[in-house]
Design a protein around this ligand. Structure first.
Ligand code: SRM
Ligand code: SF4
Length: 514
């Protein structure tokens, strides 16, 4: 079904709404064979630069002709067969091919040629993977605890919930016209652990474990988002639902429907869900969701059940299954190459049960390794590259894509982040991990507001020249009582960062000079 509320006039609509009204982004799905034949240079500009994103194919103006393919990996869980296929896909592109683990527990493949897309989509389908609706005005990858079903202390195993919500939103990966024309992007997270591993507070809908009258269910938060114009933590919908899969699905459906039909579409900078909540007030928004559901929502439980600091899952941890362990590997800034992907697939197959998991910190977890196999596993050469014991400033480093591939970027991020992390680890002793997040522009894909130290790319004037710089964020708190950090200093040239960050690390994080 195509969206029911097509506006009668397009005069007040922004350019995105106009081109969506002309042709739904998902319709591009039926033209992929044709595009593959004619080549990207001959394509209509809107189809090339925007509509392809509805099937996860991103034209990169920085590397024309070499596309990015954004998948959907619900709850960040994939199989060795899937990882092997993805490794083979990027391997074909030699030095251009790689993959990045994203801050939404997802994978983005690089170097992809448009002429290969029909074949790639057939190969994805054969291993039950999809990239549909992973970009533009769609529901993005749905996140859940990366140790769901493994964690000895987990409250709710979110795997099936996340998968079912994705299936409803995407019509089991085939595409769902009900949700391809939202006013803007939309993020959903379903937390099941005690440590808020998914950054619930920065999602448009977040389900957070909460006991009500002794029964475990979810409190619901809404409206969290980051944008260049405004960043807001999610606020309580003042609703609690029990653990039924149907309840979670119907609430997502109802909220998405209200947002789709009433979300603001005139100014794209004011189109995220929180702007509608601002305009209506949370009580009216809640009432509209109830009307959509055709039943009242229960009031929220007084407190949620998040009572732990956030874990990074790097290292060896016993699972709830006796004799089994999960091992978290540190993947510097989430960058994988074809051979890494094939190696990870092999390790998961040989030592585990074939499962591979991704975290929002851009790392990998291999679960189901028996205690007797641990020693052999830890001796594998890949663990030299992807350590289980990285240094404190590299351990929690997160970085968005940055200038290497992203047209919005004001600075190069990933290589710089790794280089600076290493340099600071060499200069300083740290008593604890410090979470440093880099993001190449104010869009905040690298989430600097959740970090201990966040670095947001900008341009700076230095010695009469324009150079790459950052705005400095501090105070992001994750896990229990999460709250967002704020900008504390603007316009630092990147070349001046070592002394400035050293001082901050010494004064605020207990670092001592080596
Ligand atoms: Fe993002 C746009 C990369 C997570 C806020 N983001 C983009 C684009 C698609 C821009 C583009 O077309 O070049 C970037 C693609 C660059 C590339 O080649 O990789 C991009 N965003 C990413 C990723 C890959 C960063 C990463 O290195 O991990 C993350 C992919 C997630 C995924 O798997 O789906 C990513 N982006 C985020 C997050 C973090 C999150 O979801 O927790 C945010 C802030 C949270 C939020 O959205 O509320 C985020 N991205 C944005 C925005 C600002 C949205 C807004 O409302 O204004 C844009 C710009 C836009 O949409 O117009 C953007
Ligand atoms: Fe690109 Fe900016 Fe997002 Fe980084 S934060 S990936 S530079 S849009």
């Amino acid at each position: 079904m195509v969206q029911s509320t097509k506006p009668e006039t397009t005069n007040s609509l922004n350019k995105f709404e106009k081109f969506k009204a002309e042709k739904d982004g998902l319709a591009i799905r039926d033209e992929l064979e044709y595009f593959a034949r004619i080549g990207w240079e001959a394509m209509d500009k809107t189809d090339l630069e925007y509509r392809l994103k509805w099937v996860g194919v991103f034209y990169r103006p920085v590397t024309p002709g070499k596309f990015m393919l954004r998948l959907r990996i619900p709850n960040g869980i994939l199989t060795s067969d899937q990882m092997e296929v993805l490794g083979q896909i990027v391997q074909r592109y030699g030095d251009d091919g790689n993959a990045d683990i994203s801050t939404r527990q997802n994978l983005q493949l690089r170097g992809i040629r448009l002429e290969d897309i029909p074949d790639i989509f057939r190969r994805l389908k054969a291993v039950d993977l999809t990239s549909v609706q992973s970009g533009m005005d769609s529901v993005r990858n749905i996140t859940g605890s990366p140790v769901a079903g493994l964690d000895q202390d987990e409250l709710i195993d979110t795997r099936e919930l996340v998968r079912k919500v994705q299936d409803i939103v995407t019509n089991k990966g085939e595409g769902n016209y009900n949700f391809t024309n939202l006013p803007r992007k939309f993020n959903i997270a379903i937390e099941g652990g005690r440590d808020n591993s998914v950054h619930a507070e920065i999602n448009d809908i977040a389900f957070v474990p909460a006991y009500k009258d002794g029964e475990l269910g979810f409190n619901v938060l809404v409206g969290g988002f980051f944008s260049a114009k405004r960043c807001e933590a999610a606020i309580p919908l003042n609703a609690w639902i029990n653990l039924s899969i149907d309840k979670v699905i119907s609430l997502c459906y109802a909220i998405l429907t209200v947002y789709r039909d009433h979300g603001l579409r005139a100014n794209r900078q004011k189109a995220r869900l929180m702007w509608l909540i601002d305009e209506w007030g949370i009580n009216k928004f809640r009432a509209e969701v109830e009307a959509q559901l055709s039943h009242p929502l229960a009031m929220a439980a007084q407190e949620d059940a998040i009572d732990w600091d956030k874990r990074d899952h790097i290292g060896v941890f016993p699972q709830k299954q006796p004799g089994m362990n999960y091992v978290g590997l540190h993947i510097p800034v989430g960058r994988l190459y074809a051979q890494d992907m094939l190696d990870l697939a092999r390790l998961a197959e040989v030592y585990g049960n074939g499962e591979i998991r991704l975290t929002v910190e851009q790392n990998v977890i291999i679960p189901h390794i028996s205690t007797e196999n641990l020693e052999l596993f830890l001796a594998e050469p890949l663990l030299q590259k992807f350590s289980i014991n990285p240094k404190p400033l590299q351990r929690a480093l997160v970085s968005c894509t940055g200038a290497q591939f992203c047209g919005f970027a004001l600075i190069e991020t990933k290589n710089r982040a790794v280089k600076l992390g290493k340099a600071l680890d060499e200069l300083l002793n740290l008593p604890r991990t410090v979470r440093i997040h880099w993001t190449g522009c104010p869009n905040s894909c690298g989430q600097p507001q959740v970090a201990d130290i966040g670095l947001m790319g900008t341009k700076v004037r230095k010695d009469g020249k324009t150079v790459e710089g950052v705005d400095l964020y501090m105070g992001g708190k994750v896990g229990k009582d999460a709250h967002l950090g704020t900008c504390v200093q603007k316009g630092i040239a990147c070349e001046d960062l070592i002394p400035i960050l050293s001082k901050i690390l010494i004064e605020n994080f207990g670092a001592t000079a080596k």
